[in-house]
Design a protein around this ligand. Structure first.
Ligand code: 9YT
Length: 163
């Protein structure tokens, strides 16, 4: 059996539909509109990473630099297909992002994670450790400001400084 190789690369607009399917199938992340993912791929490709195996998208991370504080990058969603669990794909996606030349002036990562998403909390704690920096909880986005009344709190985490 040949060993499958995974490619980590920037997304392009044609990936948007498959990224939308990947996010939908996680059943954990907030599914945005298909057009949202197309636009992310078209305009934010420098801060998004796709993991591809056998021409299938099996992982995705979306992020953007704060418009007013470009040294801070907001990591929006990290998604890995169920078939890839336990292989370190999410961690590889984040490390790929941090080492991009376009992200060389980034010193902090901000992200939000729901209290029930322990896997994502562990992922970002490990990232902070690997980058030799700290992770701390900052503000929260409370359930009552979402349009539906069944959204969990989004806890904000700040990782850094690094680089
Ligand atoms: C790091 C991450 O994937 N956070 C998810 C934030 C939010 N619940 C969403 O967009 O799914």
């Amino acid at each position: 059996m040949p060993t499958k190789t995974m490619t980590l690369r920037k997304p392009h607009i044609e990936d948007g539909a498959n990224i939308w399917r990947l996010i939908r199938d996680t059943q954990v992340l907030d599914l945005n509109s298909p057009y949202f993912y197309l636009i992310l791929c078209k305009y934010f490709e420098d801060t998004c990473v796709v993991a591809e195996e056998d021409h299938q998208i099996v992982g995705f991370v979306s992020a953007f630099c704060h418009p007013k504080s470009p040294e801070k990058m907001f990591v929006w969603q990290v998604a890995v297909d169920d078939s890839q669990r336990g292989k370190g794909v999410a961690s590889a996606l984040l490390h790929e992002l941090v080492k991009r030349k376009e992200c060389s002036s980034v010193q902090f990562i901000e992200t939000t994670i729901s209290p029930s998403n322990k896997a994502s909390q562990a992922l970002f704690s490990k990232l902070a450790k690997n980058l030799g920096t700290k992770i701390e909880k900052t503000d929260q986005i409370p359930p009552e400001i979402f349009p539906s009344n069944n959204h969990e709190t989004e806890q904000t985490y700040l990782i850094g400084p690094f680089h």
